[in-house]
Design a binder for this molecule. Structure first.
Ligand code: ZN
Ligand code: FE
Ligand code: FE
Ligand code: ZN
Length: 270
């Protein structure tokens, strides 16, 4: 049994709890063998300090992850990852920040579209004022462009828009197909992100239809909890693994140096 989780935040982002060392110790106590910190890269579209670390804090984040990697190396593999936003006007700056540190993988996300942090509970009322279907279309088209930049190794929470329960009424399959094929072609994977279960969406990201199509198209998939506190590390992974099996997947991917390697799902589940 190999337990791993590649989407863990830290207190540096301003909206998580627990020290990084507590996170690692908790993961070890839960039997994890491989974890990755993927805190938010300093955001370039907002100065809101409750959403990401400051640019000046990035070196300290990197140093602390590398210290923990070394310190706990006989008990667990700790990886240096990062979650970076795709925000077209500032990709030069994002690319520069990514190149300055030895990140082992980069989780690509879109949380900001149309000058709106659409997954932030403070701004949820704006959903009442938009054409939801058009917003979904725009979001997925941006995800494809994000993948095509070549800067990312994982697509985070692929249908994050549903977080507060707002569902498109159009058929999303053509969009799912396009993003899935882009992921496969680019050598990326997407994550089953269990944090959706902790929000009104009431299910993981992405939804089952996306995962079934991913299995059919043989697109690599990995796991992330999006933990913002020690107890959420690996949360609901048993459900995620079952959903993958039900959807037709037999393999999942883990990191091997900086590339993705397939392992049987049955070696991950208990
Ligand atoms: Zn966060
Ligand atoms: Fe995110
Ligand atoms: Fe995250
Ligand atoms: Zn996330």
């Amino acid at each position: 049994m190999i337990r791993f989780d590649y989407h863990i935040h830290t207190h540096l982002c301003g909206h998580a709890r627990g020290t990084m060392e507590e996170m690692v110790r908790h993961a070890i106590s839960m039997g994890f063998k491989d974890i990755g910190f993927a805190d938010h890269l300093p955001l370039t579209y907002t100065n809101d300090r409750s959403l990401s670390m400051e640019k000046e804090e990035l070196p300290a984040y990197v140093q602390e992850v590398l210290r923990l990697k070394e310190f706990f190396s006989d008990k667990i593999t700790v990886r240096l990852g990062i979650e970076a936003d795709y925000y077209p006007p500032h990709m030069d700056e994002v690319e520069r920040m990514l190149s300055e540190h030895p990140f082992e993988y980069v989780i690509g996300s879109i949380h900001y579209l149309r000058d709106w942090i659409f997954d932030d509970p403070r701004y949820v009322s704006r959903f009442e004022q938009i054409d939801l279907n058009a917003f979904y279309e725009e979001y997925f088209m941006n995800l494809v462009r994000m993948v095509e930049t070549g800067l990312f190794s994982v697509v985070a929470h692929p249908d994050l828009i549903k977080k507060f329960g707002h569902r498109a009424s159009i058929d999303l399959e053509p969009y799912y197909r396009e993003i899935l094929l882009a992921i496969k072609e680019g050598g990326l994977c997407y994550e089953i992100n269990t944090s959706g279960l902790r929000w009104p969406a009431g299910e993981m990201y992405p939804e089952p239809a996306f995962i079934r199509l991913g299995a059919e198209l043989e697109v690599p998939v990995t796991l992330g909890s999006d933990a913002h506190c020690p107890e959420d590390i690996g949360r609901d992974f048993d459900k995620a693994l079952n959903l993958l099996l039900e959807s037709g997947y037999r393999e999942i991917v883990m990191l091997d140096n900086r590339s993705w390697k397939k392992i049987p799902i049955l070696s991950v589940s208990e």
